[in-house]
Write a protein that binds this ligand. Structure first.
Ligand code: ATP
Ligand code: ZN
Length: 387
């Protein structure tokens, strides 16, 4: 099974792979392919971290999980698949959320860290833990049809904080659960993360330190851009670091370290309703405007019959403002005090961002549907398709 790797990297190279240990944070769209190719090439020990269980909506891009493993912890499901491929592997399962309390202890047991997570708070946590424990970090990301990859904290190269000292404002952050991702894109980036791990272990081939590989799945192009080098003033890896231990990353970023339903929480509780509440309002035929802020493609795929599609990106455009006012006039024209606007999206994050915009435009009562269509499917109509 390892012959190809051996021919390319020589026998000592293959032995290094066998002796190496790699930790994969996140067993989803990036983590599955990364771990699969690492297992295939004979890396001796692989640690898997994920707090989540396999869901149907994961399967289009997390191909080592399967319908048989729905509800099973992702670490267990992935470990089973890897052992089917290579029974001599040693696998450690961490069915936990990586946090400031456990990261350093877990990282200490591995030579290299692969970041295959999907949220900003975890990215800062993984970066800081990698720097504090002196481990190179192979970082990947994929949203929509775009993917990227770089290696942080490798030799004299920069870390994530050197390039992004401050987190982005929470309201500007969307993740792949809201935007969606085309399965082969994380597939491709995850495979390349495995290749970077092989390069680091065997010390053959280029390591993408100080470089960012960008893949655009629409124009079908790869580009590699040079990044700024290590920053001497970086708070964690600079010459006089002020961060010497892990912190509260959810507080630092203003965002949760997981992307479960309604992860973002930027509205007041009084501005949010449950899917069951919305269902009752619809059943009572109360005057309402239900706006679905997903992309037209997603809206075409499945939607609530009462909803109208205005993608989040269009909400602020001038022509949309007029259209929105016209639509609202037809609902609230009879001055009914019970008229409301509800915003819905896939999982309840983008809809919260939309609420603020619509409030500014219409100056009326606007609500977010908590947990979006996923929660609708869970709590109101299990036959409603989720993806
Ligand atoms: N702090 C963390 N600790 C452990 N696992 C994490 C952490 N943050 C993210 N993850 C895991 O990283 C994986 C990322 O996978 P992916 O980007 O494919 O998204 P997903 O959460 O599986 O998909 P969806 O958002 O559609 O449900 C997820 O399985 C998630 O549970
Ligand atoms: Zn740094």
């Amino acid at each position: 099974m390892y012959l190809i790797t051996w021919r390319l990297f020589s026998f000592p190279g293959q032995k290094r792979l066998k002796k190496a240990s790699v930790l994969v944070v996140g067993c989803g769209g990036l983590g599955c392919p990364a771990a699969q190719y690492m297992a295939g090439c004979g890396i001796g020990r692989i640690g898997l971290v994920d707090y989540d269980v396999v869901e149907l909506s994961n399967l289009h891009r997390q191909l080592l999980h399967s319908e048989f493993n729905l509800g099973v912890p992702k670490v267990t499901s992935l470990a089973q698949a890897l052992l089917r491929l290579n029974s001599s592997l040693k696998i450690d399962e961490y069915n936990v959320q990586l946090s400031s309390a456990n990261a350093l202890e877990i990282f200490a047991k591995y030579d290299i860290i692969v970041d295959a997570s999907d949220n900003v708070a975890t990215r800062y946590l993984v970066n800081d833990a990698a720097v504090l424990s002196g481990r190179p970090l192979v970082s990947g990301g994929a949203v929509g049809c775009e993917g990227q990859l770089t290696v942080y904290n490798y030799k004299d190269g920069p870390c994530y904080r050197c390039l992004f000292p401050e987190p982005p404002p929470p309201e500007t952050v969307s993740n792949c659960s809201d935007v969606g991702v085309v399965g082969p894109v994380p597939g491709c980036i995850g495979v390349l993360q495995a290749l970077q791990v092989i390069h680091i272990i065997t010390e053959k081939g280029e390591v993408a330190s100080g470089k960012l590989l960008l893949f655009d799945g629409v124009s079908f192009t790869f580009r590699s851009i040079r990044l700024r080098g290590k920053s001497p003033t970086c708070k964690i890896c600079g010459s006089e670091p002020t961060i010497t231990q892990l912190m509260d990353y959810e507080q630092f970023c203003g965002l949760p370290a997981n992307d479960k339903d309604s992860g973002l929480n930027i509205l007041d509780a009084s501005e949010r309703v449950s899917p069951v509440f919305l269902e009752q309002a619809i059943a009572k035929k109360l005057p309402l405007l239900l706006i679905d802020v997903r992309s037209p493609v997603e809206f075409e795929m499945c939607r609530l019959p009462e909803s109208t599609n205005i993608p989040l990106k269009l909400l602020n455009k001038e022509e949309t403002v007029d259209r929105l006012k016209e639509m609202w006039a037809t609902v609230a024209g009879n001055q009914n005090a019970e008229s409301r606007v509800y915003l819905v999206c896939r999982r309840g994050n983008d809809s919260q961002l939309g609420v603020r915009r619509v409030q500014n435009i219409l100056k009326c009562q606007v609500f977010d549907v908590k947990g979006g269509l996923h929660a609708w499917s869970r709590d109101v109509d299990p036959s409603f398709p989720i993806y």
